[in-house]
Design a protein around this ligand. Structure first.
Ligand code: GDP
Ligand code: MG
Length: 370
């Protein structure tokens, strides 16, 4: 066994990332989901989970129900996944809309775009960027509480005429807690008499040092309203992506995260998922959260039927037995008994967790981290 990230370890155990973080915390190891822990520590965690698992399960759950780690040689560059955050009315929705309009692929498709909680744009140079269109910080927090680490970076929207506000600070904290880099988009620069230096100084007070002040946080001045400098913002995102060296193996069973879900009157359970590894294909058997089923149809963010979806592509999938919760992971499996096994395991874990939560209202520090 080699070093492994906390998230990867959680995936292999079909456990929630937050649970593994808590287990590590109890062992005196402070680690975030994206941090790497050594093999010995990982083994201790597996033992801790395995101990409980063996009591209740006939299955070799801790041996890794959700597949294997990617091998370096299989990795290919993938599109960055970006979340836009910022204070209310600073222009998040406007910026998401404006960026979406830059999609050359949508133009070719004659696009009737549909809202599926995430979209991918292809920019003029051919590179792709995926944007999560989650409604605000709460969704982000809820996803993270479930151990989901979906975003590679945060674009922090700060209105030039308003500066740093409470939710700006909250967003900075979210990005830091998630251990993801941040790009500042100073918005509304079309307005009269905006003071960019004031914004930079306010950011500085929260340890965000932009490049013009000698720091390493990129700052782009934009107007979502006029469409100014959207190309510069996209360049900044791609530059950051290059630094992060984002890669995934497309040639394996798909794994990813549920972004949002609903019960549709006509179509039944519908989930928007972000593929993070491998390629998801129509007809694949998937487990999403504790729900499972065969992917009957897949739609992209332009409403087009797609037969397959590789890393960083968000798609809507139809065919699940029920509605999974946003932030839960999904994985493609080889057969129905495997699907049932994972589904039952996850239901059991959820029940255990509920029982534990009901029994432990006393509130230790570990509980407070839940
Ligand atoms: P959100 O709450 O962060 O999603 O902000 P919205 O996108 O809803 O924008 C809030 C308000 O600011 C709306 O009235 C927008 O038209 C306006 N707005 C957004 N971007 C700009 C911009 O670049 N310039 C100007 N002047 N107004 C903007
Ligand atoms: Mg909005």
């Amino acid at each position: 066994p080699e070093a492994i990230t906390v998230q990867e370890l959680a995936n292999r155990m079909a456990a929630r990332g937050g649970e593994v973080v808590k287990a590590l915390f109890r062992m005196g190891v402070m680690a975030t989901l994206t941090q790497t822990i050594d093999a010995d520590t990982a083994e201790l965690v597996v033992n801790e989970f395995g101990h409980r698992v063996k009591r209740v399960s006939e299955a070799d759950v801790e041996q890794g129900l959700t597949g294997t780690a990617d091998i370096d040689t299989d990795l290919q560059v993938r599109a960055p996944v970006v979340t836009i955050m910022g204070h209310v009315d600073h222009g998040k929705t406007s910026l998401l809309d404006a960026l979406r309009k830059t999609d050359v692929a949508a133009r070719e498709a004659g696009g009737i775009t549909q809202h599926i909680g995430a979209y991918q744009v292809t920019i003029a140079g051919g590179q792709k960027i995926t944007f999560l269109d989650t409604p605000g910080h709460e969704a982000f927090t809820a996803m993270r509480a479930r151990g989901a680490s979906v975003t590679d970076m945060v674009v922090l929207v700060v209105a030039a005429d308003d500066g740093v506000m409470p939710q700006t600070i909250e967003a900075i904290h979210h990005a830091k807690a998630a251990n993801v880099p941040l790009i500042v988009a100073v918005n509304k620069i079309d307005k009269q008499g905006v003071n960019l230096d004031r914004v930079r100084q306010e950011l500085l007070q929260h340890e965000i040092v932009v490049e013009s002040l000698g720091g390493d946080t990129q700052e782009i001045q934009v107007s979502a309203l006029k469409g100014t400098n959207l190309d510069k913002l996209q360049e900044a995102i791609l530059l950051q992506a290059e630094v992060l060296d984002l890669k995934a193996n497309p040639d394996r069973a798909a794994e990813g995260t549920v972004i949002e879900s609903k019960l549709d009157k006509g179509r039944g359970p519908v989930a928007t998922v972000l593929v993070q590894k491998g390629t998801l294909r129509q007809g694949d058997l998937v487990v999403a959260g504790a729900e499972w089923g065969r992917v009957r149809a897949m739609l992209d963010d332009k409403g087009r039927q797609v037969k397959e979806a590789g890393p960083s592509l968000p798609v809507e999938i139809l065919g699940l037995s029920g509605v999974p919760t946003a932030g839960e992971t999904f994985v493609a499996v080889e057969n129905e008994s495997r699907a049932r096994e994972i589904s039952e395991y996850r239901q059991r874990v959820a029940r255990d967790k509920q029982a534990a939560a009901a029994g432990a209202a006393r509130g230790t520090l570990a509980d407070m981290m839940a």
